[in-house]
Design a protein around this ligand. Structure first.
Ligand code: HEC
Ligand code: HEC
Ligand code: HEC
Ligand code: HEC
Ligand code: HEC
Ligand code: HEC
Length: 427
């Protein structure tokens, strides 16, 4: 009987573990929704509703067949410039508004997942509804469908641990009894878990006391840390002020300041993608093939560019092996945060200096902003959405003004377009 019990518990343990993983993997099917929300929902809905880009309902019927949609999503520019008829038609019909190029950001698998999602979108929530509210950029994609809520993972974990404890208890109990039988002693009766816990506690009062204190302190410490990181109490705990020494003494002051080279010349994806990007050594070589000495370090630092690119200044050829420069990242957001440069720089019309400080004066880049959640949110609360004369908003502008007439003094800060929604910034 007891053996059966433990057997049963072990089986249910494996069953639960299996179910748990199957559940997590099954959720991959939701990736399309999540990817769409992160990459496309600012410009598209999966209904007929037009934002910056056309509503994507029925797109499988109107667009060319085969790989066309796949290629378009990865690199629409290539199709338009390549003279593709349908690409140019929709480009002109949409007032030559540019769609983001996703090559390098999305994998083929991501694109397939997004296409599968567009093909089978979720049913629209509550019919009727307010047109403007759906134009509020999240389209039909709602938070719940965006992936696994960490809470479920946590609860899953707790359930599994509870099952493991239960299984181990039964195993121990039946081992104890078979030992007792062998020794000819009486079987110990099975206690309920609660009884067992009580008995153990009364036997180990001092130990329990110490544990309670440790856990209480641990809890306080992690609350404290979390608040720090969220920037709720102190900004100084962040990485603000961080300015590591880089492998090459590259100076923004010399390049972007004294020589007035545009930020976008080197950070050339900042207007097109979520990443600003760090230039490859080829970009350095555009100038340094010719400029072989600098004002401060002579040829010493520039020699490192040649070592990285495989360039031999004596022969003027790329004869040597290449060796990418390992720049040290200055700004980092945790993986669970989504931040998009093009949205802030192009659509939101924010200057680099607002977030990065006066980089033109820096010899080594320094992190000037705390990059906490509080920092993001404070700016979203006070910054007005740049709607006037912004192609991105021309369509929505009138409708929004109409909707909120008298409510906000027709003053639209970023929070009014969803800039405080958790899912906008969190995966
Ligand atoms: C910055 C805005 C923007 C983003 C982001 C964007 N698009 Fe577009 N998309 C457009 C515009 C504008 C067009 C219309 C063609 C043009 O003007 O280039 C378009 C056209 C399309 C079309 C063709 C529609 C038709 O009617 O034939 C598809 C499909 C498409 N986009 C899919 C996507 C997917 C998938 C994503 C996300 C991975 C995405 N787009 C992200 C702006 C955007
Ligand atoms: C000649 C090329 C070049 C130009 C022009 C340039 N940068 Fe940079 N930038 C780099 C390189 C290389 C790095 C990586 C090394 C470093 O951090 O100094 C970098 C790093 C950065 C970083 C830190 C990235 C990180 O790791 O978090 C910021 C912010 C930045 N640049 C902003 C700017 C701004 C703003 C401008 C215009 C005022 C600008 N850059 C102009 C080449 C350039
Ligand atoms: C658009 C042209 C241009 C690009 C691109 C460029 N540089 Fe320069 N670089 C210059 C100029 C101009 C100087 C200053 C030369 C002088 O004043 O004698 C310079 C000087 C330097 C120096 C010498 C510093 C000193 O004081 O001795 C280093 C090191 C350097 N650059 C690194 C880089 C790196 C690394 C990249 C690529 C991330 C890069 N540069 C890209 C134009 C460029
Ligand atoms: C609204 C604030 C904001 C503005 C405006 C902004 N950045 Fe950033 N930048 C950030 C944040 C936040 C990060 C960290 C991103 C991360 O870790 O994912 C970052 C990171 C970077 C990096 C590191 C590489 C990368 O892509 O993560 C570079 C380079 C950079 N920014 C350059 C620029 C330039 C150039 C401009 C102006 C054209 C600019 N930024 C405008 C907030 C901003
Ligand atoms: C300097 C002010 C400023 C800071 C700092 C800032 N943002 Fe923004 N953010 C804006 C503006 C302006 C917009 C509106 C752009 C637009 O019109 O879509 C915006 C829009 C957004 C959106 C799109 C909101 C929506 O409803 O479509 C996201 C997501 C976002 N920001 C994330 C972040 C994150 C994450 C951070 C911090 C790491 C951050 N932002 C920091 C100014 C800021
Ligand atoms: C405008 C962008 C933005 C919005 C909106 C936003 N967050 Fe954040 N959140 C961030 C950034 C950036 C961080 C990273 C800060 C850090 O760790 O320094 C963060 C961190 C967090 C963390 C992790 C803290 C830690 O200890 O690392 C939690 C939890 C969190 N956010 C919850 C939420 C919830 C819940 C909401 C909705 C009420 C929300 N966030 C809305 C930008 C945002």
């Amino acid at each position: 009987m007891h053996n059966n019990m433990s057997h049963f518990s072990l089986k249910s343990l494996f069953g639960a573990v299996f179910l748990f993983f199957a559940f997590s993997f099954g959720l991959n099917a939701q990736d399309g929704a999540k990817l769409f929300k992160q990459n496309c929902a600012v410009c598209h809905t999966v209904t007929d509703q037009k934002l910056t880009g056309p509503g994507l309902a029925g797109v499988f019927d109107r667009a060319p067949k085969g790989d066309w949609l796949h290629n378009w999503i990865l690199n629409n520019e290539k199709l338009i410039k390549g003279g593709d008829a349908y690409a140019n038609k929709i480009y002109n019909e949409n007032g030559k508004a540019a769609m983001t190029v996703f090559e390098g950001q999305l994998t083929d698998k991501d694109v397939d997942a997004i296409l599968a999602y567009i093909k089978n979108p979720p049913p629209p929530p509550g019919a009727g509804g307010d047109k403007v509210a759906t134009a509020d950029q999240s389209g039909e994609v709602k938070e719940e469908k965006g992936g696994i809520d960490p809470l479920y993972l946590l609860l899953g974990g707790i359930v599994i641990i509870a099952i493991i404890i239960g299984a181990l208890r039964s195993v121990r109990h039946s081992l104890q009894n078979s030992y007792n039988r062998k020794e000819g002693k009486a079987e110990t009766p099975e206690m309920t878990f609660g009884q067992e816990v009580k008995e153990w506690i009364s036997g180990h009062r001092r130990l329990v006391g110490v544990f309670v204190i440790i856990i209480a302190f641990g809890g306080m410490k992690s609350c404290w840390d979390a608040c720090y990181r969220l920037g709720v109490y102190y900004d100084w705990q962040t990485q603000k002020g961080y300015h590591p020494e880089q492998p090459i003494k590259f100076s923004h002051k010399l390049h972007a300041g004294d020589n007035e080279i545009a930020c976008q010349y080197c950070h050339n994806s900042v207007e097109k993608s979520r990443h600003a990007g760090i230039p490859t050594v080829n970009i350095c070589m555009n100038c340094h093939k010719g400029i072989q000495t600098g004002p401060q370090y002579g040829d010493k630092e520039i020699a490192k560019i040649y070592a990285a690119s495989g360039f031999d200044p004596k022969t003027g050829t790329y004869a040597n092996p290449q060796n990418p420069i390992k720049w040290i990242k200055v700004h980092t957001l945790p993986d669970h945060v989504y931040f998009n440069h093009s949205q802030h720089v192009v659509v939101g019309k924010q200057e680099c200096a607002t977030c990065h400080g006066d980089v033109k004066k820096m010899t080594t880049v320094e992190q000037k902003s705390p990059l906490t959640m509080k920092w993001c949110i404070e700016c979203h609360r006070k910054t007005e959405v740049a709607m006037e004369g912004n192609a991105y908003y021309d369509k929505m502008h009138k409708a929004l003004k109409e909707k909120y007439k008298g409510q906000y003094d027709v003053k639209f800060t970023v929070d009014k377009i969803g800039g405080l929604e958790c899912a906008k910034c969190h995966y």
